[in-house]
Ligand binder design. Sequence first.
Ligand SMILES: [Zn+2]
Length: 436
Amino acid sequence: MGYKTVTQCRVCGSPDLHPYLDFGNVPLANKLVTDGSSPDTYPLRVLFCKYCALSQLSIVVDPKVLYSNYPYHSSVSATFKKHCREMAVTIKGILNGRFKPVEVNDPIRGDSWAQDSIQHPHLLDIAANDGCLMNEFEEEGYFVSGVEPSSNLCEEYRRKRMQRIRLGSSMQNEFWGRSALKTVKSGWGIDVVTALNVLAHVDDVEEFILCAKEALRRSDELGMMVVEVPYARNLIEDNQFDTIYHEHLSYFLFKPLQKIFAKCGIPIFRVEQHNIHGGSLRVYASEYWYPVEDSVTQLLAQEEADGLHRLEKYQVMRFRAEKTMADLRDLLKRLNSEGKIVAGYGASAKGISLLNYAGLDDRFIHYIVDETPDKQWTFTPGSHIPIADPDHFSKIYPDYILILAWNFQKELMDKTRWHAESGGRYIIPIPEVKVL
Ligand SMILES: [Zn+2]
């Protein structure tokens, strides 16, 4: 079967869970197909916990099936790279005055880095992907280490690492948990733990946070954990139902996040909202030192006032998602009957999910382009649409480009300016179907 069924809320333990979205049985969005085989399908339903307002999937697919070879590379996106840069500078600012970093690329220092490392803050990035965030912290004078379950991404990091002299960095090929923690604890104490876009993928959230807290224990009182998750407010209010797929087990509002960190004894002292990935929450948590800021109480009150903690809001969202899928289907059927060529841009998990949920396949989308080499010359699971490199646009010229990775809409439209200049049109599917 390869999955287990959720019977109680993973944040508060309540068994009182209410279904509000059901996409039926669909394939795993990131398991691209290389031949004509039909991929396995799994049920996809979303449940709402009335007590802590956590939205969560009704099943948990075995993580080994999901993450053994992961096609998403953080560094491919310039927007994400810039976001990582800003984050490294912000966190350095919070720790300002405590550490005095020295030159990063200093070949004279050579082997003596171990003695010097005491002068540097230490970062641990959990689910480090290809090391995009680690690189930015290293530029700020941090010693960096990462833990990443996908072997292809670890290898890529190690390969690129050989090309430059580093202060000291390491990447463990493992899921975050007790075993990875043991290795981390045998090294230098950690000052900052970061975890971007991973908490929503984790079944045992409490254990994940407790292990991170323990990684910080050997550090001094400034140690903090910084976590980013896609903000469920955007899922609900901006109709981002295509961000629901098997990898995302939880859809966090601030309320359940605050509850789980408090339960783990590492309270959140600051929360920020960022535009990345269609809208994200960044929380800062620490056992000591930092006073709780107004942003925490304000955001909780705002969510409550906006009805986000009540089931009615979610039932409305369901109707909106169904209308968007019907509109997209109608539009593509019409374009197909007019003989138009439609190409997708961005074979992201959300794009692949959207096509499957809306029942759109290779009859309606001629091909999809994506910059990630691992994805090229494969097919989308279920809808079986070929994925090519961006040069393909010039081989089979599209009348319409469907922006599937809509969170990078501006970046993708800038890259294809030639399309607009020669009279081509764009389709933006979310929040409502638009033709530009
Ligand atoms: Zn709950």
